[in-house]
Write a protein that binds this ligand. Sequence first.
Ligand code: ARG
Length: 269
Amino acid sequence: MRKITVLLSILVLALGILTAGCGGGDKGDKKAAAPAPAAKEELIVGTEPSFAPFEFPEKDSKEFTGFDMDLIRALAKEMGYKKCTIKNMGFDALIPAINAGNLDVSIAGFSITEERKKQVIFSQPYYKSGLAFVVRKDVNDVKKFEDLQGKTIAVQLGTTGALYGEKLKEKGAVVKTFNTSDLACMELKNKGADAVISDLPVLQYFLKNGGSDYAKLAGEPLTAEDYGIVISKKKPELAKEVDKALDALKKNGTYDKLYEKWFGSKPAK
Ligand code: ARG
C-alpha cells in the first residue's frame, strides 16, 4: 500500500512538472505542484471602445479589435498572463476604476497628460497622436481653430478634445459633450454640431470609413500627444512589467507588425 502511495505521488509530481513546463496548458491539474511564480492568471483591462482604429467592436463578434486591443493582448502574453479580459466602460470611468483596483490596466488611446499623471502611472509612450478637428462638409467659414468661435462643437466626455473645446466656450461656442466618440460624430452627421474635436488618427479613420460623405478635416493639427497605458499608482511593479514587455515587443518586431497592420506604415523612429 505504501509503495503504491509513493509511486502515485512520484507520478503526480512528474505530471505536475510536465504541465508546468508546457507554459500555459489551460486546465492542467496543479493541485500537486506548487504554482509556478511566473504563471499569472488574468490581466483585467479597461477600455472605451468607440475609438477606431484603436478600440472598437469587431464585426459580427462580441470581441473588441484595434491597435490597442492587439497590443494589450500581445503585452499580456509577453508578461506571462494566461488570459486577457477586456472590459468596456465609459472613458471617464476608466481612471477611477484603475484607482479602485477594479482594473489592472487601461488602454484606451489615453494621452499622457500632467493632470492625469497626478492620478495614475503611465507606461512609456506607445503611439504619437494629437488633436485635430473636422467640420461638416457644408461649413465653409472654418479654416482654423479660432474660426470655431460661435460654432457648435461635439466632443467626448473626459477627453483631451473635450478640454480643448472648453477653450472656445468663453468665445461663444457651444460645446456638446457625448459619452462616446461615435455619438459625437453622429451629432455632426445629424447637423446638431458644426465640428468635432478629437484625435487625428481617429478622425482620419472616421473620414475614410464613411465620414467623408458629410465631414472634412479643417485647419492644422492642434496638439501633439503621446498615448500611454494607464496603471494604478499602487502598482509600480506592474507598470515596470508593462514597460519591459513593451520594450520586448518593440525589439522582437511584434510592435512594428501591429503598427503596420493598423496604420499601413512603419512607426516613425
Ligand atoms: N486621446 C484622448 C484622451 O486621452 C482621447 C481618448 C479617447 N479614448 C477612447 N477610447 N474613447 O483624452
